[in-house]
Write a protein that binds this ligand. Sequence first.
Ligand SMILES: Nc1nc2c(c(=O)[nH]1)N[C@H]1C(S)=C(S)[C@@H](COP(=O)(O)O)O[C@H]1N2
Ligand SMILES: [Mo]
Length: 320
Amino acid sequence: MSIRIRPRWYLPEREVTPESQYLGRRDFLKGVGAGLLSVGAASAGLLGCMRSGYTAAPPTHLLTGGARRNPKYTLDRPLTDEKVAATYNNYYEFTTDKEGVADAAKDFKTLPWSIEVGGLCAKPRKWDLTELVKAMPIEERVYRHRCVEAWSMAVPWTGFQLSHLLKLAEPQSTARFVRLVSVDRPNEMIGMREQKWYPWPYFEGLRLDEAMNELAFLVTGIYGHDLPPQHGAPLRLAMPWKYGYKSPKAIVKIELSATQPPTFWNSLSAAEYGFESNVDPKKPHPRWSQAHERVIGSGERRATLLYNGYAEYVASLYKG
Ligand SMILES: Nc1nc2c(c(=O)[nH]1)N[C@H]1C(S)=C(S)[C@@H](COP(=O)(O)O)O[C@H]1N2
Ligand SMILES: [Mo]
């Protein structure tokens, strides 16, 4: 059993806290919590997984079988340590405490799962996810991930192109946007119950041409196995040239539309979170610079690249 009791001073202050403050608080925690750390966590020196009693469930391969790494999508930078990525998450349906998501989400039931594709298309369909995965060319891709909060990671995702699923649906000529909706299960997602002011369930949107881009990737796995709940199991998006919040987790619905759909963060603060939200080092967030990023795990500071380094794939989408 691993029950985490929140100290009184624990506040969900990190929603959009600048990185210097995370680090300050973490150093503080290292100080006061050192006596409680397990030898393993301490000697691994990991940034995450320090406070929680989280232990990962053994990985399964129900939705990743047979996937091979596609050499076209690799990176010249080291992969983020799996455990670091798995213990530093954004998933507000569970908690705003990044290091607490893994534990808060560990019992979330991810199978069976269905995903509905509908709206302006000739072939709307509700898919059983296991069936969908069998129908899709599954592969592994190493992508960068850049959060709007100026941290980043590089992980191997397993999945398939969103375009393959959309093509099966046969979009009508009037369809110009795609709306994506995350699961709505407040009984199992404590953050939805505790943070009632958010417009749940989480919703996102893309232009149809962005959704059809080869980089737009529906993800069922990470590090060669099924996604653990904290990464958005059993199905999440990876849009590597956009800020992380454009990649919804636990997707249950994809809808083609003629008009631009509203999005979760944009509806909360339009000045801070635009619809497009492409990674752009020259366009600061109103409260902090986007010129650099902190690589989780190593703590290295890197210059942020336009379109997160994916200009060759996506720059043509934004001409004129
Ligand atoms: N449903 C849902 N999807 C979400 C979020 C969320 O809170 N809820 N957070 C987003 C943000 S801000 C980021 S950075 C990524 C984090 O993905 P990871 O935890 O797998 O690294 O998920 C995105 N998808
Ligand atoms: Mo993010």
